[in-house]
Structure formats: structure tokens, C-alpha cells
Ligand binder design. Structure first.
Ligand code: TEU
Length: 559
């Protein structure tokens, strides 16, 4: 555990663990995870050695989007517990030296939030808190599409106007052009800081500034307009982030800030995370999780992912943020499929080694790594075969709309099985028992059948498990400064199977060798630095200096 977690830049050698409350641990038998459940499992995080817990939303919510639609920012939803339960969780974390980061969803509220309820009245002083616009040619004001299918505008009978919702109609977008909106958000954030939280993960934060002229966005030829075009990275983004930082005291209080920024580039991230500008500490890029889709066709248009493209993408971010700014590192979260099923090989033969190797590669990059619950066990995609098994509104809407457009159901189910968000949301697998020990009731999503093999109890008991590999990687970050600071250099960029790179500070060098494929791979002698005299760390297949790597074999050489 790092010594002083609230010193400036403390998050540089930290590892963050994301908890999706609905799926982590149920304590009252209603089949839905809750805050007392999370608190009861904190020893798991302590054993893993993580420094920060990022808590996905637990605020009051109608749960249209599982809590990313907030109706009261100052209260906990009864489904998850009470404010007192949240205080207990914060205290339980702090006792273990773990910091707690809240999810902050302020691009939009729920349509059931009091602000929006008032805003529905055209005469209300809060009318301008959201994006209300008259119809254009009898239809929506612009051709913008919602991320969750259909137009991004919803018609309101009462006023005869439309309101903007980039996500579901139950998630109206706040109008950040209005200074009262911004002050209300900052005041709420200050209340959470006063309550003892250690930072914020900011949901789609680059969407808070939109082009107020609401430009028409032309659909790319031959396909529907993609979501997020015209609504992100607006002209006042930096101004709003700097104002938020100043008004809440984000830098001053050494709070961790990570902004989710779909559609951001290295150049934008470099500006946003430049400490001198006082905006955010780091951002979540979407570039590497978009490489397995047909370019420009959206997340459901599947495509194989050539390893050189993935390596080049991460290397580009490493280089772009080498001198200024900071990276966040992730494979997984509650919106993405499981890493081992997506980038690895989740077959019984290769699951363990591929989960370890993916972890080694990610955690040895420069930046702050994020571990999504269950990733440390090598949990796999849900394996659903019928639409009835899905719960996520994005998946259900897609299924309905794609079938209506005439897409073959088999193709739609393949897309959902590969990319659907419920893949990451099945209950955490604690034991091999009923529902994986997640609940004594009926879980809101079924626990995966592979819980008899993939579960925390078995993983903790087995020193060769994926869990202990993650634990050692986290320990290595805390004890080996090169992991935190070392300059990154990608080697063999075009090799289709192996991921090889070095991290260097002065004469201290770490060389990472990883076969990211399910067949043996060979590295040519002379194409990488000499391994003689190096010490082998965290090998997946036992210490070795051989340049023929077994499927998913990886190791770190230290000199
Ligand atoms: O996600 C924003 C986002 O753009 C994507 O992750 C998106 O949900 C996904 O790619 C859809 O295909 C954030 C949250 O992480 C997500 O859970 C919420 O649904 C969304 O914002 C709205 O709050």
C-alpha cells in the first residue's frame, strides 16, 4: 500500500478497482447487490492490494440505466441502502488504506429529477437548465441520434417542444451553458467531498460542452448517423473543467479525477490532463475498445482485431502523454465485454494464461490501471443465447430496432453476445455455490455456469491463480518505480502474435515479453535486447529465457 495517498499525484502509483454495485454482493436477498454487501467484501480488495475503489452510481434513481439516470444526487437509492451504509463503506475503505471515488453523472439527470420536473414547465426559471427546442419541419430539431437507438430528441406534449437526451429519453441532458446549472453541480460535488470521498469518475464528461448552435450532422454515406456526433468536445469544455476544478478544489484537495471521454484523441487528452491547466488527472479513451468494430459502423459491426493495431494504439497514447499528462489503463468496465473473452482466449485450455498475460501487458504500461470486478478472476462473457436473458436497455433497444430494420436475428444475437454490456454485469463469482455466493435470493442477472471453476474462493486458495497474478502485478507497481515512471518503448510493432516492450529509467530496464495468441510464437534472436543476466518476474509458464513462447506465455525481465 502506498504511504501517503493524499499527496499530490498520489494516483500515479495507484491501482483502481471498479465495483458495479448491482452485481457485486447482495446482503438482503433481493437479488440486487448493495452497499452493506460491498462493505462485507472489502477484505477481498485489501488482499488484492488495490488503492482505490471506484463505485459506480448508488444515488437515487429510477434505474432506467442502472443508476446512470440520477433523480437525487444527495441520497442513496433504497435498493442499495442508506447514506449511513455509504458512510460505513467509506470508513471501511479508509481503515484499509483504500480511497473511495464516486461516479459523477452530470451530463444528464433522470427525467424524474426535481430539476427536470420543474423544467417541464415552460414558464419555470429552470426551463433553460435543459436543452428545450421547438420542432423543425414538424420533427426533431436536429438529426442527432441517441446512443441507445432512435432520435436524441423527445417530444413533450405539454409545451410542444423537444428536449435533448443523448442517452435514453429518461436521461435528459443538462444545459451547462447556464451558470446556475454549473454552480448546482459544483455545490453538490463539494457536499460529497465534505462527506469524505476521495475523487470522482466523471461520466461522459466531454459531452458537457456542446455546440450551442446545434449543428446538423450529416450521416456518413450509406449508413445512419452515429451517436455522439455534434454533442461532444464542445467549445467550452476546457473552460467548464477548469471552473469545476477551481470551484470544487479538485487539485487543491488532491482528489482523483478521471473523465470518461468517448471520442477523445491523444491531443485532447494531453490538454485535459496537463497538470498546469488544472482540469483532470486522467481520461478514459475509447480508441482501443473501438478497434474491433468496422470503422465508422458502430460497436455492433464486429471485426477481428489484429494485434499490431492494438499495440500501436496503446503505444500512441504512451508516447503522446509521455512528458505531459497521464494515462488511465483499462481493458474492462461495466460497459465493455469481458477482457479475457474479447482480447484473450476464454476456452478452458487458455483462459488462465490469457487472463494473466493480458493483465501483465496492461499493468506494465505507464498510467493508472483499472481492474473491473471479476477481471482479477478471469471472469468471462455471459454466454447468453436468447434475448430474454438480457436486461440492459441498450441491448433490448438494439434487438428491437435492428430486427425492425430487417437484420437477421442470428447476426444481432452474435453482436450482443460479443459486445452487449450485460456480459460484464453478471454477478460476481465468489464461490462455486448457488448463484456464486452473490445472493440468497434470485439474482437480477443469472450467475455464470462456470462459477464452479471461476470463483474468488478457489482463486484465493490457488497460488497460481489469475487473482494472485493480479496481486503480484499490483505489488510490483508499489515496489518497483520503473513500473510507475519508466519510459515506454514498443518493440516488434508488426509482429502479429507477440507484444514486446521495455520500460526504462536510467540503467534500470524492464522488458515485457507476451505471446498474445493461442499458438506458439517465436521471437528472433537479436530482435530484442539480450536477456542474459536478467531476472524473470511473474512468468505465466515458469521462469525461462527461451525465445519460443508458448500460447499466452508472458514474463517480465528485469535488468
Ligand atoms: O457511458 C458512456 C458511453 O458513451 C458508453 O460507454 C456507452 O454506454 C456504451 O458505449 C454504449 O454503447 C457512460 C456509462 O459508463 C454508461 O454505463 C451509461 O449508460 C452512459 O454513460 C450514460 O450515463
Amino acid at each position: 500500500m502506498t504511504a501517503d495517498l493524499r499527496a499530490p499525484g498520489w494516483w500515479r502509483d495507484a491501482v483502481v478497482y471498479q465495483v458495479y454495485p448491482r452485481s457485486f454482493q447482495d446482503s438482503d436477498g433481493d437479488g440486487i447487490g448493495d452497499l452493506p454487501g460491498i462493505t462485507s467484501r472489502l477484505d477481498h480488495l485489501g488482499l488484492l492490494g488495490v488503492d482505490v475503489l471506484w463505485l459506480s452510481p448508488v444515488y437515487r434513481s429510477p434505474m432506467d440505466d442502472n443508476g446512470y439516470d440520477i433523480s437525487d444526487y444527495d441520497d442513496v437509492d433504497p435498493l442499495f441502502g442508506t447514506l449511513a451504509d455509504l458512510d460505513d463503506l467509506v470508513a471501511g475503505c479508509h481503515q484499509r488504506g483504500i480511497r473511495l471515488v464516486m461516479d459523477l453523472v452530470v451530463n444528464h439527470t433522470s427525467d424524474e429529477h426535481a430539476w427536470f420536473q420543474e423544467s417541464r414547465d415552460p414558464a419555470s426559471p429552470k426551463r433553460d437548465w435543459y436543452w428545450w427546442r421547438p420542432p423543425r419541419d414538424g420533427g426533431p430539431p436536429t438529426n442527432w441520434e441517441s446512443v441507445f437507438s432512435g432520435p436524441a430528441w423527445e417530444y413533450d406534449e405539454r409545451s410542444g417542444e423537444y428536449y435533448l437526451h443523448v442517452f435514453s429519453p429518461k436521461q435528459p441532458d443538462l444545459n451547462w451553458e447556464n451558470p446556475e446549472v454549473r454552480e448546482a453541480v459544483y455545490a453538490m460535488m463539494r457536499r460529497w467531498v465534505a462527506r469524505g470521498v476521495d475523487g470522482f469518475r466523471m461520466d461522459v464528461i466531454n459531452l458537457i460542452s456542446k455546440d450551442p448552435s446545434l449543428p446538423e450532422v450529416a450521416p456518413p454515406p450509406g449508413r445512419a448517423l452515429g451517436p455522439l456526433q455534434g454533442v461532444s468536445n464542445g467549445p467550452r469544455l476546457h473552460e467548464f473543467l477548469q471552473e469545476m476544478n477551481r470551484e470544487v478544489g479538485l487539485t487543491e484537495h488532491h482528489l482523483l479525477t478521471v473523465g470518461e471521454m468517448p471520442g477523445s484523441t491523444v491531443a485532447l487528452a494531453r490538454e485535459v490532463t496537463d497538470p498546469a491547466r488544472r482540469e483532470l488527472d486522467m481520461v478514459f479513451t475509447f480508441e482501443h475498445v473501438g478497434l474491433d468494430e468496422q470503422p465508422g459502423e458502430g460497436k455492433w459491426a464486429l471485426r477481428g482485431l489484429p494485434l499490431p493495431e492494438l499495440k500501436a494504439n496503446l503505444a500512441g497514447w504512451q508516447e503522446g502523454l509521455a512528458d505531459v499528462g497521464w494515462n488511465s489503463l483499462y481493458w474492462d468496465n461495466h460497459d465493455q465485454p469481458r477482457a479475457v473473452s474479447r482480447f484473450g482466449d476464454d476456452s478452458p485450455e487458455h483462459r488462465v494464461a490469457s487472463a494473466k498475460t493480458l493483465a501483465t501487458v496492461l499493468h506494465l504500461h505507464r498510467g493508472t490501471p483499472y481492474v473491473y470486478q471479476g477481471e482479477e478472476l478471469g471472469m468471462t462473457n455471459a454466454g447468453f443465447s436468447s434475448i430474454e436473458e438480457y436486461a440492459d436497455l441498450e441491448s433490448l433497444n438494439l434487438h428491437r430496432d435492428a430486427l425492425a430494420r430487417g437484420l437477421p436475428e442470428a447476426q444481432v444475437m452474435r453482436s450482443l453476445g460479443t459486445k452487449g454490456r450485460d456480459n460484464a454485469r453478471t454477478p460476481m463469482q465468489w464461490t462455486s455455490g448457488e448463484h456464486g455466493g452473490f445472493t440468497t435470493g434470485t439474482p437480477w442477472l443469472p450467475a455464470h455456469a462456470n462459477r464452479d471453476v471461476v470463483n474468488a474462493e478457489a482463486a484465493v486458495a490457488d497460488p497460481d491463480s489469475v487473482f494472485h497474478h493480479y496481486r503480484r502485478l499490483i505489488e510490483l507497481r508499489h515496489t518497483e518505480p520503473v513500473v510507475v515512471d519508466g519510459r515506454f518503448t514498443l518493440l516488434l510493432p508488426d509482429h502479429p502474435q507477440v507484444w514486446v516492450f521495455t520500460r526504462t529509467v536510467a540503467d534500470r530496464v524492464l522488458l515485457v515479453l507476451a505471446n498474445c495468441s493461442s499458438t506458439p510464437a517465436t521471437i528472433e534472436v537479436g530482435s530484442i535486447p539480450d536477456l542474459t543476466g536478467s531476472e524473470v518476474l511473474l512468468p505465466t509458464h515458469g521462469p525461462s529465457y527461451d525465445l519460443r513462447l508458448r500460447p499466452w506465455e508472458s514474463r517480465i525481465h528485469r535488468r
